[in-house]
Design a binder for this molecule. Sequence first.
Ligand code: ADP
Length: 484
Amino acid sequence: MKLTPALIEILGQDISLTKPEYLAFPVYNPSNGKVLAYVREQGEAETKAAVDAAHKAFQAWAKKTAKERATVLKHWNHLLMAHQADLGLLVALEQGRAITEARGEVAYAAGFIEWFAEEGKRSYGRTIPAVAEDKQLVTIRQPIGVVGAITPWNFPLSMLTRKLGPALAAGCTAVVKPSEETPLCAIALKNLALKAGVPEGVIGLITTTKAKPVGDVLTSDERVKKFSFTGSTPVGKGLYAQCAGTVKKISLELGGNAPLVVFDDADLDIAVPAAILSKFRNSGQTCVCANRLLVQAGIYDRFVERFTEAASKLKVALGWDESSGIGALINQKAIDKVERLVADAVAKGATVRLGGTVAQSVGDLFYPATVLSDCTRDMTLFDEEIFGPVAAIYKFESEDDGISLANDTPFGLAAYLFTQDLSRAWRVGAQLEAGMIGVNDGVMSTEVAPFGGIKESGIGREGAVEGLEEYTEIKYLSFAGIGG
Ligand code: ADP
Protein backbone atom coordinates (compact mmCIF):
# COMPACT_ATOMS: atom_id res chain seq x y z
CA MET A 1 0.00 0.00 0.00
CA LYS A 2 1.38 3.42 -1.05
CA LEU A 3 0.37 7.04 -0.61
CA THR A 4 -2.85 7.62 -2.56
CA PRO A 5 -3.26 10.47 -5.10
CA ALA A 6 -5.46 12.30 -2.57
CA LEU A 7 -2.69 12.12 0.04
CA ILE A 8 -0.02 13.13 -2.46
CA GLU A 9 -2.10 16.19 -3.26
CA ILE A 10 -2.50 17.14 0.41
CA LEU A 11 1.22 16.65 1.09
CA GLY A 12 2.10 18.71 -1.99
CA GLN A 13 5.57 20.20 -2.46
CA ASP A 14 6.70 19.18 1.02
CA ILE A 15 7.39 15.61 0.00
CA SER A 16 9.09 13.77 -2.82
CA LEU A 17 8.26 10.22 -3.83
CA THR A 18 11.79 9.68 -5.12
CA LYS A 19 15.08 10.72 -3.55
CA PRO A 20 15.24 14.49 -4.17
CA GLU A 21 18.19 16.80 -4.92
CA TYR A 22 17.71 18.73 -1.68
CA LEU A 23 18.75 17.36 1.72
CA ALA A 24 16.00 14.95 2.72
CA PHE A 25 15.33 11.82 4.77
CA PRO A 26 13.13 8.82 4.03
CA VAL A 27 9.92 8.08 5.90
CA TYR A 28 9.22 4.36 6.22
CA ASN A 29 6.05 2.36 6.39
CA PRO A 30 6.66 0.23 9.51
CA SER A 31 4.32 -2.51 8.25
CA ASN A 32 6.53 -3.45 5.30
CA GLY A 33 9.74 -1.44 5.67
CA LYS A 34 9.21 0.41 2.37
CA VAL A 35 9.88 4.13 1.86
CA LEU A 36 6.62 6.13 1.73
CA ALA A 37 8.21 9.46 0.79
CA TYR A 38 11.18 11.75 1.40
CA VAL A 39 10.87 14.93 3.43
CA ARG A 40 13.15 17.89 3.95
CA GLU A 41 15.96 17.57 6.51
CA GLN A 42 15.89 20.87 8.38
CA GLY A 43 18.11 22.12 11.18
CA GLU A 44 19.15 25.04 13.31
CA ALA A 45 18.98 27.67 10.56
CA GLU A 46 15.47 26.68 9.44
CA THR A 47 14.28 26.58 13.04
CA LYS A 48 15.60 30.12 13.66
CA ALA A 49 13.91 31.27 10.45
CA ALA A 50 10.63 29.67 11.56
CA VAL A 51 10.88 31.44 14.93
CA ASP A 52 11.49 34.74 13.07
CA ALA A 53 8.40 34.13 10.96
CA ALA A 54 6.27 33.09 13.96
CA HIS A 55 7.44 36.16 15.87
CA LYS A 56 6.43 38.43 12.96
CA ALA A 57 3.11 36.67 12.44
CA PHE A 58 2.26 36.92 16.12
CA GLN A 59 1.35 40.61 16.07
CA ALA A 60 -1.40 40.25 13.50
CA TRP A 61 -2.70 36.86 14.69
CA ALA A 62 -2.92 37.98 18.33
CA LYS A 63 -4.78 41.14 17.28
CA LYS A 64 -7.58 39.24 15.58
CA THR A 65 -10.71 38.69 17.62
CA ALA A 66 -11.23 35.25 19.14
CA LYS A 67 -14.21 34.89 16.83
CA GLU A 68 -12.09 35.58 13.75
CA ARG A 69 -9.56 32.99 14.85
CA ALA A 70 -12.37 30.56 15.61
CA THR A 71 -13.69 30.89 12.05
CA VAL A 72 -10.32 29.83 10.65
CA LEU A 73 -9.89 27.01 13.18
CA LYS A 74 -13.38 25.66 12.48
CA HIS A 75 -12.60 25.62 8.81
CA TRP A 76 -9.43 23.65 9.61
CA ASN A 77 -11.49 21.20 11.67
CA HIS A 78 -13.93 20.75 8.77
CA LEU A 79 -11.11 20.08 6.33
CA LEU A 80 -9.59 17.48 8.67
CA MET A 81 -12.93 15.71 9.00
CA ALA A 82 -13.63 15.97 5.27
CA HIS A 83 -10.34 14.10 4.79
CA GLN A 84 -10.86 11.66 7.66
CA ALA A 85 -10.54 8.58 5.46
CA ASP A 86 -7.40 9.88 3.68
CA LEU A 87 -5.72 10.98 6.88
CA GLY A 88 -6.71 7.76 8.64
CA LEU A 89 -4.95 5.84 5.90
CA LEU A 90 -1.92 8.09 6.30
CA VAL A 91 -1.79 7.30 10.03
CA ALA A 92 -2.06 3.56 9.24
CA LEU A 93 0.69 3.81 6.61
CA GLU A 94 3.09 6.00 8.50
CA GLN A 95 2.57 4.84 12.07
CA GLY A 96 1.39 1.27 11.51
CA ARG A 97 -1.85 1.73 13.40
CA ALA A 98 -4.96 -0.37 12.72
CA ILE A 99 -7.14 1.58 10.28
CA THR A 100 -10.33 1.72 12.35
CA GLU A 101 -8.36 3.24 15.22
CA ALA A 102 -6.44 5.45 12.79
CA ARG A 103 -9.67 7.09 11.64
CA GLY A 104 -10.49 7.63 15.30
CA GLU A 105 -7.16 9.41 15.70
CA VAL A 106 -8.20 11.87 12.95
CA ALA A 107 -11.50 12.64 14.70
CA TYR A 108 -9.74 12.93 18.07
CA ALA A 109 -7.18 15.32 16.57
CA ALA A 110 -9.82 17.43 14.82
CA GLY A 111 -11.80 17.55 18.08
CA PHE A 112 -9.09 19.65 19.72
CA ILE A 113 -9.24 22.21 16.92
CA GLU A 114 -13.01 22.43 17.10
CA TRP A 115 -13.21 22.61 20.89
CA PHE A 116 -10.50 25.24 21.30
CA ALA A 117 -11.94 27.30 18.45
CA GLU A 118 -14.98 27.70 20.69
CA GLU A 119 -13.18 27.95 24.01
CA GLY A 120 -10.90 30.71 22.73
CA LYS A 121 -13.98 32.96 22.88
CA ARG A 122 -14.24 32.29 26.61
CA SER A 123 -10.73 33.20 27.66
CA TYR A 124 -12.12 35.31 30.50
CA GLY A 125 -10.39 37.51 33.03
CA ARG A 126 -11.90 38.59 36.36
CA THR A 127 -12.99 41.70 38.16
CA ILE A 128 -11.79 41.75 41.74
CA PRO A 129 -13.49 43.68 44.57
CA ALA A 130 -11.06 46.50 45.27
CA VAL A 131 -9.48 47.38 48.60
CA ALA A 132 -9.92 51.13 48.17
CA GLU A 133 -12.91 53.24 47.13
CA ASP A 134 -11.26 54.83 44.11
CA LYS A 135 -9.85 51.63 42.68
CA GLN A 136 -10.96 49.01 40.15
CA LEU A 137 -9.03 45.77 39.83
CA VAL A 138 -9.23 43.45 36.83
CA THR A 139 -7.31 40.63 35.22
CA ILE A 140 -7.11 39.92 31.51
CA ARG A 141 -5.69 36.92 29.68
CA GLN A 142 -3.29 37.57 26.81
CA PRO A 143 -1.65 35.15 24.38
CA ILE A 144 1.79 34.27 25.67
CA GLY A 145 3.62 34.66 22.33
CA VAL A 146 5.56 32.25 20.16
CA VAL A 147 5.22 28.62 21.26
CA GLY A 148 7.83 25.91 20.65
CA ALA A 149 6.57 22.33 20.62
CA ILE A 150 8.07 18.87 20.15
CA THR A 151 5.85 15.83 19.72
CA PRO A 152 6.15 12.02 19.50
CA TRP A 153 4.95 9.56 16.87
CA ASN A 154 2.30 7.57 18.72
CA PHE A 155 -0.57 10.01 18.05
CA PRO A 156 0.93 11.74 15.02
CA LEU A 157 -1.99 14.14 14.54
CA SER A 158 -3.54 14.72 17.94
CA MET A 159 -0.27 15.29 19.82
CA LEU A 160 0.12 18.30 17.53
CA THR A 161 -3.47 19.54 17.57
CA ARG A 162 -3.77 19.46 21.30
CA LYS A 163 -0.94 21.97 21.40
CA LEU A 164 -1.77 23.92 18.23
CA GLY A 165 -5.52 24.10 18.93
CA PRO A 166 -5.25 26.00 22.22
CA ALA A 167 -2.14 27.92 21.14
CA LEU A 168 -3.77 29.32 18.00
CA ALA A 169 -7.14 29.87 19.68
CA ALA A 170 -5.42 31.93 22.37
CA GLY A 171 -3.70 34.07 19.73
CA CYS A 172 -0.24 32.47 19.84
CA THR A 173 1.89 31.37 16.91
CA ALA A 174 3.98 28.21 17.02
CA VAL A 175 7.01 26.35 15.72
CA VAL A 176 6.57 22.60 15.98
CA LYS A 177 8.89 19.65 15.49
CA PRO A 178 7.09 16.33 15.03
CA SER A 179 8.79 12.98 15.46
CA GLU A 180 11.14 11.89 12.67
CA GLU A 181 8.99 8.73 12.43
CA THR A 182 5.80 10.60 11.46
CA PRO A 183 6.51 13.89 9.65
CA LEU A 184 3.95 13.18 6.90
CA CYS A 185 0.99 13.48 9.26
CA ALA A 186 2.40 16.79 10.49
CA ILE A 187 2.83 18.07 6.93
CA ALA A 188 -0.75 17.11 6.08
CA LEU A 189 -2.02 18.94 9.16
CA LYS A 190 -0.07 22.08 8.32
CA ASN A 191 -1.10 22.12 4.68
CA LEU A 192 -4.76 21.78 5.60
CA ALA A 193 -4.30 24.57 8.14
CA LEU A 194 -2.93 26.85 5.40
CA LYS A 195 -5.84 25.89 3.16
CA ALA A 196 -8.25 26.74 5.98
CA GLY A 197 -6.81 30.26 6.19
CA VAL A 198 -4.20 30.02 8.95
CA PRO A 199 -1.79 32.78 7.86
CA GLU A 200 1.79 32.00 6.75
CA GLY A 201 4.18 32.02 9.69
CA VAL A 202 1.55 31.18 12.30
CA ILE A 203 2.56 27.51 12.21
CA GLY A 204 6.22 26.75 11.51
CA LEU A 205 6.96 23.08 10.88
CA ILE A 206 10.44 21.63 11.20
CA THR A 207 10.98 18.13 9.83
CA THR A 208 14.28 16.61 10.86
CA THR A 209 16.06 13.49 12.03
CA LYS A 210 18.38 15.64 14.16
CA ALA A 211 16.18 16.66 17.05
CA LYS A 212 18.79 18.14 19.35
CA PRO A 213 19.81 21.31 17.46
CA VAL A 214 16.14 22.07 16.79
CA GLY A 215 15.26 21.51 20.45
CA ASP A 216 18.20 23.71 21.45
CA VAL A 217 16.82 26.65 19.45
CA LEU A 218 13.25 26.19 20.67
CA THR A 219 14.32 26.03 24.31
CA SER A 220 16.87 28.86 24.22
CA ASP A 221 15.46 31.54 21.86
CA GLU A 222 14.12 34.29 24.07
CA ARG A 223 11.30 35.02 21.63
CA VAL A 224 9.83 31.58 22.34
CA LYS A 225 7.77 32.20 25.46
CA LYS A 226 6.24 28.79 25.98
CA PHE A 227 7.62 25.33 25.36
CA SER A 228 5.45 22.22 25.21
CA PHE A 229 6.85 18.71 24.95
CA THR A 230 5.36 15.24 24.78
CA GLY A 231 7.79 12.36 24.81
CA SER A 232 10.10 10.31 26.97
CA THR A 233 11.07 11.28 30.49
CA PRO A 234 14.85 11.55 29.98
CA VAL A 235 14.48 13.82 26.95
CA GLY A 236 11.79 15.86 28.74
CA LYS A 237 13.99 16.38 31.79
CA GLY A 238 16.80 17.67 29.58
CA LEU A 239 14.52 20.09 27.74
CA TYR A 240 13.03 21.27 31.05
CA ALA A 241 16.52 22.19 32.23
CA GLN A 242 17.28 23.92 28.92
CA CYS A 243 14.20 26.14 29.31
CA ALA A 244 15.49 27.54 32.59
CA GLY A 245 17.91 29.86 30.76
CA THR A 246 15.08 32.01 29.41
CA VAL A 247 12.51 31.13 32.11
CA LYS A 248 9.97 29.73 29.67
CA LYS A 249 6.56 28.62 30.72
CA ILE A 250 6.59 24.88 30.15
CA SER A 251 4.26 21.93 29.66
CA LEU A 252 5.62 18.40 29.80
CA GLU A 253 3.75 15.20 29.10
CA LEU A 254 6.24 12.45 29.82
CA GLY A 255 6.22 8.74 30.44
CA GLY A 256 3.56 6.83 32.31
CA ASN A 257 3.41 3.52 34.15
CA ALA A 258 -0.33 3.21 34.59
CA PRO A 259 -1.69 0.74 37.11
CA LEU A 260 -5.06 -0.84 36.33
CA VAL A 261 -6.44 -2.11 39.61
CA VAL A 262 -9.22 -4.71 39.59
CA PHE A 263 -10.86 -5.34 42.96
CA ASP A 264 -12.72 -8.50 44.00
CA ASP A 265 -16.05 -6.68 43.67
CA ALA A 266 -15.44 -5.53 40.07
CA ASP A 267 -17.93 -6.37 37.34
CA LEU A 268 -15.88 -8.37 34.85
CA ASP A 269 -18.30 -7.54 32.04
CA ILE A 270 -17.09 -3.96 32.47
CA ALA A 271 -13.51 -4.54 33.64
CA VAL A 272 -12.38 -6.98 30.95
CA PRO A 273 -13.33 -4.98 27.82
CA ALA A 274 -12.11 -1.76 29.45
CA ALA A 275 -8.78 -3.37 30.33
CA ILE A 276 -8.44 -4.70 26.78
CA LEU A 277 -8.98 -1.21 25.37
CA SER A 278 -6.67 0.43 27.84
CA LYS A 279 -3.90 -2.11 27.26
CA PHE A 280 -4.04 -2.79 23.53
CA ARG A 281 -5.15 0.50 21.98
CA ASN A 282 -2.55 1.54 19.42
CA SER A 283 -0.87 -1.85 19.98
CA GLY A 284 -0.03 -0.78 23.51
CA GLN A 285 1.82 2.33 22.36
CA THR A 286 0.07 5.02 24.39
CA CYS A 287 1.42 6.77 27.47
CA VAL A 288 -1.82 6.03 29.35
CA CYS A 289 -1.77 2.30 28.48
CA ALA A 290 -2.33 -0.03 31.43
CA ASN A 291 1.28 -0.98 32.11
CA ARG A 292 0.54 -3.03 35.24
CA LEU A 293 -2.69 -4.97 35.68
CA LEU A 294 -3.07 -5.42 39.45
CA VAL A 295 -5.81 -7.90 40.27
CA GLN A 296 -7.13 -8.82 43.73
CA ALA A 297 -6.67 -12.46 44.77
CA GLY A 298 -10.38 -13.36 44.93
CA ILE A 299 -11.07 -12.47 41.28
CA TYR A 300 -7.58 -13.09 39.88
CA ASP A 301 -8.11 -16.46 38.16
CA ARG A 302 -11.43 -15.44 36.58
CA PHE A 303 -9.97 -12.14 35.37
CA VAL A 304 -6.88 -13.78 33.85
CA GLU A 305 -9.01 -16.34 32.02
CA ARG A 306 -11.52 -13.86 30.60
CA PHE A 307 -8.91 -11.25 29.77
CA THR A 308 -6.77 -13.81 27.93
CA GLU A 309 -9.76 -15.03 25.96
CA ALA A 310 -10.70 -11.47 24.95
CA ALA A 311 -7.10 -10.64 24.00
CA SER A 312 -6.88 -13.74 21.80
CA LYS A 313 -9.56 -12.20 19.54
CA LEU A 314 -7.34 -9.26 18.56
CA LYS A 315 -6.12 -9.98 15.07
CA VAL A 316 -2.56 -9.07 14.17
CA ALA A 317 -2.69 -7.65 10.64
CA LEU A 318 -1.40 -4.87 8.39
CA GLY A 319 -2.70 -1.52 9.56
CA TRP A 320 -4.80 -0.85 6.47
CA ASP A 321 -6.59 -4.22 6.77
CA GLU A 322 -10.09 -3.39 8.09
CA SER A 323 -10.00 -6.41 10.42
CA SER A 324 -6.70 -5.43 12.05
CA GLY A 325 -6.77 -5.16 15.84
CA ILE A 326 -3.01 -4.97 16.37
CA GLY A 327 -0.86 -3.21 13.78
CA ALA A 328 2.90 -2.91 13.44
CA LEU A 329 5.01 -1.47 16.23
CA ILE A 330 6.82 1.69 15.23
CA ASN A 331 10.35 0.32 14.73
CA GLN A 332 12.82 -2.44 15.54
CA LYS A 333 13.81 -0.70 18.77
CA ALA A 334 10.23 -1.13 20.01
CA ILE A 335 10.27 -4.84 19.17
CA ASP A 336 13.65 -5.27 20.89
CA LYS A 337 12.31 -3.60 24.02
CA VAL A 338 9.20 -5.78 24.17
CA GLU A 339 11.28 -8.92 23.65
CA ARG A 340 13.72 -7.90 26.36
CA LEU A 341 10.93 -7.20 28.88
CA VAL A 342 9.07 -10.43 28.15
CA ALA A 343 12.28 -12.51 28.41
CA ASP A 344 13.11 -10.88 31.74
CA ALA A 345 9.60 -11.52 33.11
CA VAL A 346 9.60 -15.15 31.98
CA ALA A 347 13.06 -15.71 33.47
CA LYS A 348 11.71 -14.39 36.79
CA GLY A 349 8.66 -16.65 36.80
CA ALA A 350 5.90 -15.09 34.63
CA THR A 351 3.57 -17.47 32.81
CA VAL A 352 2.91 -16.75 29.13
CA ARG A 353 -0.85 -17.20 28.63
CA LEU A 354 -0.96 -15.79 25.11
CA GLY A 355 1.47 -14.58 22.44
CA GLY A 356 5.06 -13.98 23.45
CA THR A 357 6.90 -14.05 20.12
CA VAL A 358 7.05 -11.80 17.04
CA ALA A 359 4.26 -12.52 14.52
CA GLN A 360 6.79 -13.09 11.76
CA SER A 361 4.21 -14.37 9.29
CA VAL A 362 2.71 -10.84 9.17
CA GLY A 363 5.98 -8.91 9.35
CA ASP A 364 9.11 -8.18 11.35
CA LEU A 365 7.53 -5.41 13.43
CA PHE A 366 4.32 -7.23 14.39
CA TYR A 367 3.99 -8.44 17.97
CA PRO A 368 0.77 -10.18 18.98
CA ALA A 369 -1.41 -9.46 21.99
CA THR A 370 0.54 -11.08 24.80
CA VAL A 371 -0.68 -11.94 28.29
CA LEU A 372 1.71 -12.69 31.16
CA SER A 373 0.30 -13.81 34.50
CA ASP A 374 2.10 -14.43 37.83
CA CYS A 375 4.08 -11.22 37.38
CA THR A 376 6.00 -9.90 40.37
CA ARG A 377 7.49 -6.63 41.64
CA ASP A 378 11.07 -7.58 40.76
CA MET A 379 10.37 -7.83 37.00
CA THR A 380 11.71 -5.00 34.84
CA LEU A 381 8.31 -4.39 33.24
CA PHE A 382 6.96 -3.30 36.61
CA ASP A 383 9.18 -0.22 36.39
CA GLU A 384 9.58 0.35 32.64
CA GLU A 385 6.93 1.54 30.22
CA ILE A 386 6.35 -1.50 27.97
CA PHE A 387 4.97 0.48 25.00
CA GLY A 388 3.81 -2.67 23.26
CA PRO A 389 0.94 -5.17 23.34
CA VAL A 390 2.06 -7.01 26.44
CA ALA A 391 -0.26 -7.28 29.45
CA ALA A 392 1.53 -7.99 32.73
CA ILE A 393 -0.84 -9.25 35.44
CA TYR A 394 0.05 -9.12 39.15
CA LYS A 395 -1.88 -10.45 42.17
CA PHE A 396 -2.51 -8.48 45.37
CA GLU A 397 -4.38 -9.26 48.60
CA SER A 398 -5.85 -6.25 50.45
CA GLU A 399 -7.08 -2.86 49.21
CA ASP A 400 -4.12 -1.18 50.87
CA ASP A 401 -1.71 -3.61 49.16
CA GLY A 402 -3.29 -2.78 45.80
CA ILE A 403 -2.93 0.96 46.38
CA SER A 404 0.70 0.75 47.50
CA LEU A 405 1.64 -1.47 44.60
CA ALA A 406 -0.11 0.95 42.21
CA ASN A 407 1.74 3.94 43.66
CA ASP A 408 5.14 2.24 43.74
CA THR A 409 6.52 4.20 40.79
CA PRO A 410 7.95 7.67 40.18
CA PHE A 411 5.34 8.15 37.43
CA GLY A 412 1.79 9.42 37.79
CA LEU A 413 0.02 9.93 34.49
CA ALA A 414 -3.06 7.66 34.40
CA ALA A 415 -4.49 5.01 36.72
CA TYR A 416 -7.58 2.83 36.43
CA LEU A 417 -9.68 1.13 39.07
CA PHE A 418 -12.53 -1.33 38.81
CA THR A 419 -15.06 -1.87 41.59
CA GLN A 420 -18.83 -1.82 42.05
CA ASP A 421 -18.50 -0.22 45.47
CA LEU A 422 -18.96 3.54 45.21
CA SER A 423 -17.20 4.35 48.46
CA ARG A 424 -14.23 2.20 47.50
CA ALA A 425 -14.11 3.92 44.10
CA TRP A 426 -13.96 7.30 45.81
CA ARG A 427 -11.51 6.21 48.50
CA VAL A 428 -9.09 4.53 46.10
CA GLY A 429 -9.51 7.19 43.41
CA ALA A 430 -8.43 9.82 45.93
CA GLN A 431 -5.34 7.82 46.94
CA LEU A 432 -4.00 6.74 43.57
CA GLU A 433 -1.12 9.00 42.58
CA ALA A 434 -1.98 9.99 39.00
CA GLY A 435 -3.27 13.01 37.15
CA MET A 436 -6.13 11.02 35.61
CA ILE A 437 -8.17 8.22 37.14
CA GLY A 438 -10.49 5.98 35.13
CA VAL A 439 -13.20 4.56 37.40
CA ASN A 440 -14.60 1.52 35.59
CA ASP A 441 -13.32 3.31 32.48
CA GLY A 442 -10.49 2.19 30.21
CA VAL A 443 -10.25 5.19 27.87
CA MET A 444 -10.43 8.68 29.37
CA SER A 445 -8.73 10.89 26.80
CA THR A 446 -10.96 13.58 25.34
CA GLU A 447 -10.50 17.19 24.31
CA VAL A 448 -13.03 18.37 26.91
CA ALA A 449 -11.10 17.12 29.97
CA PRO A 450 -7.66 18.03 31.35
CA PHE A 451 -5.04 15.47 30.35
CA GLY A 452 -1.74 15.37 32.21
CA GLY A 453 0.32 13.80 34.92
CA ILE A 454 1.79 14.32 38.36
CA LYS A 455 5.12 13.12 39.84
CA GLU A 456 7.66 12.55 37.02
CA SER A 457 4.95 12.21 34.38
CA GLY A 458 4.87 15.89 33.71
CA ILE A 459 3.75 19.43 34.27
CA GLY A 460 0.63 21.15 33.02
CA ARG A 461 -2.53 19.91 31.35
CA GLU A 462 -3.71 19.57 27.75
CA GLY A 463 -7.34 19.76 26.68
CA ALA A 464 -10.18 21.59 28.45
CA VAL A 465 -10.02 25.09 29.86
CA GLU A 466 -6.76 24.22 31.65
CA GLY A 467 -5.23 23.44 28.27
CA LEU A 468 -6.09 26.91 26.99
CA GLU A 469 -4.71 28.63 30.08
CA GLU A 470 -1.30 27.08 29.37
CA TYR A 471 -1.01 29.42 26.35
CA THR A 472 -2.03 32.64 28.08
CA GLU A 473 -0.55 34.98 30.62
CA ILE A 474 -2.65 36.62 33.27
CA LYS A 475 -2.21 40.37 33.43
CA TYR A 476 -3.52 42.23 36.47
CA LEU A 477 -4.55 45.88 36.01
CA SER A 478 -5.11 48.11 38.98
CA PHE A 479 -7.00 51.32 38.13
CA ALA A 480 -6.63 54.01 40.77
CA GLY A 481 -8.08 57.51 41.14
CA ILE A 482 -11.20 56.72 39.17
CA GLY A 483 -13.83 57.25 41.86
CA GLY A 484 -16.01 54.83 43.80
P1 ADP B 1 10.02 8.31 21.88
O1 ADP B 1 10.77 7.22 22.54
O2 ADP B 1 8.56 8.29 22.08
O3 ADP B 1 10.43 8.55 20.44
P2 ADP B 1 11.51 10.66 22.54
O4 ADP B 1 11.47 11.46 23.79
O5 ADP B 1 12.81 10.09 22.12
O6 ADP B 1 10.40 9.56 22.74
O7 ADP B 1 10.95 11.50 21.32
C1 ADP B 1 9.88 12.41 21.43
C2 ADP B 1 10.21 13.62 20.60
O8 ADP B 1 11.37 14.25 21.14
C3 ADP B 1 10.53 13.32 19.14
O9 ADP B 1 10.01 14.34 18.33
C4 ADP B 1 12.04 13.34 19.14
O10 ADP B 1 12.59 13.65 17.87
C5 ADP B 1 12.33 14.44 20.13
N1 ADP B 1 13.66 14.41 20.73
C6 ADP B 1 14.42 13.33 21.05
N2 ADP B 1 15.60 13.72 21.59
C7 ADP B 1 15.60 15.08 21.62
C8 ADP B 1 16.51 16.09 22.07
N3 ADP B 1 17.68 15.78 22.61
N4 ADP B 1 16.16 17.39 21.93
C9 ADP B 1 14.97 17.72 21.40
N5 ADP B 1 14.06 16.83 20.98
C10 ADP B 1 14.34 15.53 21.09
